[in-house]
Design a protein. Sequence first.
Length: 367
Amino acid sequence: MQIRAAVVDAPKSSFTLSDIELEPPRPDEVLVRIIAAGVCRTDIHIRDREYPIPFPVIPGHEGVGVIEQTGTSVAGFAPGDQVIMSYPRCGRCTNCHAAKYPYCKHGFDLSFGGGRLDGSTAYSRPTAGREAVHGHIFQQSSFATHTVVPATSLVKVPTDLPPEVLAPLGCGIQTGVGAIFESLAVRPGTAVAILGTGGVGLSAVMAASLAGAEVIAVDPNAERRRLATELGATHALDPKAGTVSEQLRSLRPDGIDSILETTGSPQVLADGIEALSMTGVLAMVGAAPAGTRAPLDMNVLMNGRTVRGVIQGDSTPQIIIPRIIDLIRGGKFPVHKLVKTYRFDEINNAVTDMDNGTTIKPVLLIG
């Protein structure tokens, strides 16, 4: 079938809406008509080829849509179901067998390889030569009117919430929430610092507030700090006002119990480590270009301090997304305050607005 998709033809070039030929779903896949897709900073890393991704490529990995066709071996889903498309997993490796799905041993290739695990791609140019177009980003490439996606990545969701609220739950929102509830297991009365208040960081602010913690948001953007306070932060610090670790220790002289680093900045990471309490834990979710190194005083890690990388907030989508939806329905998790919608043909404006900080979470309304 012929679809429309936002294609990046060369690294650091603009998105171009193009006609693309899409193959039918394989037995373990479903065909989804995409209603909306969130724009995440990872999409910019993909556009700029900060990961080794083949081009041309169709990005997008926060899609919500309606199933139009199911593969012959798919169970539990049917045409007409509304679904969120989340991150992929192989289901066969030792980590998948241990239900550690974010750490699937094939996760990077599934997300950033530009195709299925067997190297094939379902996308091509509708021209005589049928030029292959790489996609299957997070096995969904949701910057398109339609896509094929493995059923294991899907979460069936209700239709009573706006698609612009549902779309970001598939990656950024669940990462922030999961990091607080799962990775850091934040407890009432503890101190949590959120370094960076984009979509992931502000989701973490809301989750940490719900967990009963003292929540310290850190961001140079005054409007982001204001919104963080509105969403539950007890303190909002400007990193330009002084060393972050010193500012944090002025609030908690013994250090911070839990820190979430969302920016991918080596210096921000180092500052966060310096602010940890004894036995404190820093979870790092901010993506950085391949090869990025951070300055680190190894002695700071003594006294039981822990720094760990976290993928997708250690979350299982089929568990945490319904939990977030319940919080949204209960008025406890106002995702809509993070979102600004754009038409599909405004995708380059959406990416620019996110890149310069004008918009926290752009969502493309596609179909």
